[in-house]
Design a protein around this ligand. Structure first.
Ligand code: UD1
Ligand code: CA
Length: 454
């Protein structure tokens, strides 16, 4: 019953991130629409970790808020002085002391670790095996801790700065993630000393300490790509590229057609049903759900939106948070939709802004319609009934309701409610003066001007 194991995940997120050259802490920079620390938390959650804790830098209310937003049950600890990775983990001592089958330590700046790797690490610490380390073979291992092995057994991890020349030849490196058997984790962590090149309490020392006690240590090997951390914005972009490649492949394998996959950008949480077609140059921000058979035409941008079955979006459409398109609804080119329930089969085909509105089924919104939802202070709602027809270039001044089946004449500025099945026309009357242009041109001053210009 592997699932019954209680596993604690601890995310170390106290990094200074000075190389990001940013006012924001490193772990709040985003890839695939989610903060770096969010990736660590999400991967741990997907891996079946039962409890989560995070260790953050001093006075980082912003990082604490992000952890709380994503995992409200996570315990957040502050590391006042940066005294090493083992010292960081020990900040979570009160949670560690509760007793777990396994403790997995993750880094908040390593967003490419797959949930499978985290569960493998958690599973590996059983019986006599007290430690499992995520290892990888580095093309250039400079800076990484080296994995010192004897046959299949991991004997120690030597930090680059403490390693001998011979040890520095080893390319098998520590990827940072580590699992400890829960019953011995605190004991090992408290035994770590700081007599090393950096005067730090190294988490990695737990390996040799466990071996001294006759306990086993093992390696879960991953491709180098997975162990890549983010220290600057070049590495941030490299991580983004890897994540996007994975997301594109995963959506295609799940039955989504991407005509030009390399031009489509997903968020980690994008949910897309099968037989959806996505044309080139589409961007998905966080919180998008697309149902079966929908089509997203080229150059569209979606965020916090839901697109119903067989609905179509774009080209050049923008769906903002709260856009909820019913089945077979149509949102065409140069249309922006925010916080709108668009009924089944409703059409908003061209050049329109709808904000804070509900639109009934099969309604037709003409080109150039604008919901005037904001008076500079507050937002107001527009309600458009089923089968209503809004003529082109109308302004609907909210709060206002257009009843089911009602018509609004083109170019209207609608400020009062329109009952069901009524016609509302709110524009100047047309005046037509026969032959007016002829007499205008014949005015003496106009005749003289025309002659001079010739
Ligand atoms: C660490 C490992 C090294 C491994 C490498 C992989 C140790 C001692 N070394 O080295 O073996 O090859 O990662 O990238 O673990 N942190 C804190 N508080 C601290 C120190 C670190 O929260 O006092 C956090 C950092 O924010 C970061 C992580 O722990 O998320 C790793 O710290 P870092 O200083 O980058 O360790 P490395 O020297 O890279
Ligand atoms: Ca590092």
């Amino acid at each position: 019953m592997a699932n019954a194991r209680r596993i604690l995940g601890i995310v170390l997120a106290a990094g200074e991130g000075t190389r990001m050259k940013s006012a924001r802490p490193k772990v709040l920079h985003e890839v695939a629409g989610l903060s770096l620390v969010g990736h660590a938390l999400t991967a741990a959650h997907k891996a079946g970790v039962t409890d989560l804790a995070a260790v953050i830098g001093p006075d980082r209310a912003d990082v604490a808020a992000e952890v709380g937003r994503l995992v409200p049950s996570a315990k957040v600890f502050e590391q006042r002085d940066r005294r090493g990775t083992a010292h960081a983990v020990l900040q979570a001592e009160s949670v560690l002391a509760k007793g777990f089958d396994a403790v997995v330590i993750l880094f908040g700046d390593t967003p490419l670790v797959r949930p499978e790797t985290i569960s493998a690490l958690g599973e590996a610490v059983q019986g006599n095996n007290a430690i499992a380390v995520m290892g990888f073979t580095a093309k250039d291992p400079t800076g990484y801790g080296r994995l010192i092995t004897s046959g299949a057994s991991l004997e120690a991890i030597r930090e680059h700065k403490d390693a001998t020349d011979a040890e520095r030849e080893i390319r098998l490196s520590n990827g940072g993630l580590m699992a400890l058997r829960g019953d011995i984790a605190l004991d090992l962590l408290k035994s770590v000393g700081s007599a090393n090149a950096q005067n730090e309490f190294y988490l990695t020392d737990c390996v040799a300490l466990a071996r001294q006690r006759g306990l086993g240590a093992s390696i879960v090997e991953v491709p180098e790509e997975e162990a890549q951390g983010v220290n600057d914005r070049v590495q941030l972009a490299a991580a983004e590229a890897v994540l996007q490649r994975r997301l594109r492949e995963s959506h295609m394998r799940n039955g989504v057609t991407l005509i030009a996959p390399e031009t489509v950008f997903f968020a980690l949480d994008t949910v897309i049903a099968r037989d959806v077609l996505i044309e080139p140059n589409v961007v998905f921000g966080p919180g998008v759900i697309i149902e079966e058979g929908a089509v997203i035409h080229a150059f569209s941008h979606l965020e916090g939106a839901k697109v119903g079955a067989k609905a179509t979006v774009g080209p050049f459409a923008r769906l903002r948070p709260g856009a909820d398109l019913g089945a077979k609804a149509k949102v065409g080119n140069f249309v922006e939709i925010k916080n709108v329930d668009l009924g089944a089969g409703a059409k908003v085909s061209h050049l329109t802004y709808l904000g804070d509105a509900s639109v009934g089924a099969e309604a037709n919104i003409g080109a150039g319609t604008i919901t005037c939802n904001y008076d500079g202070f507050r937002k107001f709602r527009t309600t458009i009934g089923a089968n209503a027809f809004i003529g082109s270039n109308s302004a609907l001044v909210a709060p206002v309701t257009i009843g089911d089946g009602a018509f609004v004449g083109s170019g209207s500025v609608v400020t009062k409610d329109v009952p069901a099945d009524a016609l509302a026309v709110a524009r100047g009357h047309q005046i037509t003066k026969e032959r007016w242009a002829v007499s205008f041109r014949a005015r003496p001053e106009n005749v003289a001007k025309a002659k001079k210009d010739r």
